[in-house]
Design a protein around this ligand. Structure first.
Ligand code: PLP
Length: 398
């Protein structure tokens, strides 16, 4: 291996760049996870997580990747043979459906289009046909990281209300949390699932379940086997600031710092920053004459943009060229999108110049790899970012 000067650009839609402040916060000796200092920190962290999930209800933290929190949501609320419906909306929704299947649940797939969000009409048809109220849970991914398409969770909740259907609503917010507004209480989502390695700017290794009273009630009768993921035991320990098993102490130091940073910037400002970077990225795409995989402007993602490459182009070859020549990692196409798309992550600890560097790497990569495109994407993005920066600095006209 030869030394590569300068900083690697990690522009995946997660894991994201871990800021120095968080790295420094984690660079501490491990303390006694049953001691008073740890207990105080946990209580603060558990409290501090609530606004990020848009909830006043409990948030459980696991030492696992996001997939663990998928499993935790299911095993804590459901029983063998229960029916759950999942939207055909992308690679991660499919993976979650696979977890449900392996847990012994009956998975019903709602028809969908990977270039558009989860369809409330498909849900309405399904729930209306379910006269016996046999469907126990609706599973939806808020931001499908594979497709760059978001779903309107409030509209899905409205649909469930209109159908007067008692199913639990479970929302995967793994790649939307702390990048876009997640509103557990307003959505009346029964479980919101998340991971540490995206908007929270942490390394991989923590996952989350934010839960409703209904979900906690379902926990009392749910019969799927569970041990490590059990909320009841977790809640009992959390009350005093502890965990049933050894927690990821170092990541929790990082989480405490991440929550402080989000509070300092302000969640609304964090969401605006993500929206601005996503918009700038789309302007670059338009100028390059490349196509956004998300076909519905209402459902664009602020966390990541999935880009379709022209017919005859191998998106993975482009990614390879960009990695080798410009030391930048972009996300690849997952499942059926392999080779057809590349994914630009613009979430987490990210600013205008980092986006400028990212888009420059893409534009140079398109040129070097000989991908048909028009020049000028970076210019279009920078013009917009400069205008936005100017607008922020100018006093409001009265
Ligand atoms: N859900 C979404 C939307 C994701 O983007 C991911 C991973 O990228 C997962 C779930 C799975 O999380 P993990 O890979 O942390 O297990």
């Amino acid at each position: 291996m030869t030394y590569r000067a300068g900083r690697h650009f990690l522009q995946l839609p997660g894991p994201t760049n871990v800021p120095d402040r968080i790295l420094r916060a984690m660079d501490r000796a491990v303390i006694d996870h049953r001691g008073p200092e740890f207990g105080r920190m946990t209580l603060e962290v558990l409290e501090g997580l609530r606004p990020v999930f848009g909830t006043s209800a409990p948030v459980f933290v696991f030492a696992s990747s996001g997939s663990g929190a998928w499993e935790a949501a299911l095993v804590n609320t459901l029983s063998p043979g229960d029916r759950v419906c999942v939207f055909d909306q992308g690679f991660f929704a499919d993976r979650w459906a696979g977890v449900a299947q392996r847990m012994g649940l009956e998975v019903e797939r709602l028809p969908g289009d990977w270039r558009r969000g989860a369809d409330p009409a498909a849900l309405e048809a399904h729930l209306t046909a379910d006269r016996e109220r046999q469907v126990s849970a609706v599973l939806v991914v808020h931001n499908e990281t594979s497709t760059g398409v978001t779903s309107d969770i409030a509209a899905l909740r409205d649909t469930m209300d209109r159908c007067d259907h008692p199913a639990l609503l479970m929302v995967d917010a793994v790649s939307s949390l702390a990048a876009m507004a997640v509103a557990r209480d307003a959505w009346r989502a029964d479980v919101v699932i998340a991971g540490s390695q995206k908007g929270l700017m942490l390394p991989p290794g923590l996952s989350f379940n934010a839960v409703s009273d209904l979900a906690l009630a379902a926990n009392e009768t749910a019969a799927l086997p569970r041990a490590y993921w059990d909320w009841t035991e977790m809640a009992r320990f959390n009350e005093a600031g502890y965990f049933p098993s050894t927690p990821a102490t170092t990541l929790l130091y990082g989480l405490a710092e991440s929550l402080t940073m989000l509070e300092e910037e302000g969640l609304e400002a964090v969401f605006r920053r993500h929206a601005r970077h996503a918009h700038a990225t789309r302007l670059a795409l338009d100028a390059w004459d490349l196509v956004n995989h998300c076909a519905d402007p209402e459902r664009y993602s602020s966390a990541g943009t999935t880009v379709l490459v022209p017919e005859g182009t191998d998106a993975n070859r482009l990614r390879r060229v960009i990695l080798e020549r410009f030391d930048m990692s972009l996300g690849g196409g997952l499942g059926p999108l392999k080779g057809r798309v590349f994914r630009i992550g613009h979430l987490g600890d990210f600013n205008d110049l980092m986006l400028a560097g990212t888009l420059s790497g893409v534009e140079m990569g398109l040129e070097v790899a000989g991908v048909p495109h028009r020049p000028g994407g970076v210019h279009a993005a920078l013009t917009y970012l400069a205008h936005e920066a100017g607008a922020e600095g100018r006093p409001a006209r009265g």
